[in-house]
Design a protein around this ligand. Structure first.
Ligand code: ZN
Length: 69
């Protein structure tokens, strides 16, 4: 939660920032409510990418680096 400026969700709460490591979006930051995947807890399901979409070239490069580690 230690980032600025704060990203607010639809209910006006500060949203945690996460780092994606999925093959399609390696090392791409995004904002999501902790309870976004659990609608029953009353989360608003807020989700937003921080970084622009990863280009296919960069995506391949990052995945190669990750697999080589
Ligand atoms: Zn919300």
């Amino acid at each position: 939660m230690g980032y600025e400026p704060a990203q607010l969700c639809d209910c006006g709460k500060k949203v945690p920032r996460w780092l994606s490591w999925s093959p399609d979006n390696p090392e791409r930051r995004y904002y999501a409510r902790v309870d976004a995947m659990v609608p029953t807890t009353g989360g608003c399901g807020f989700f937003k990418w921080h970084d622009a979409p990863t280009t296919p070239f960069l995506c391949q490069l990052l995945n190669d680096l990750r697999n080589a580690a």
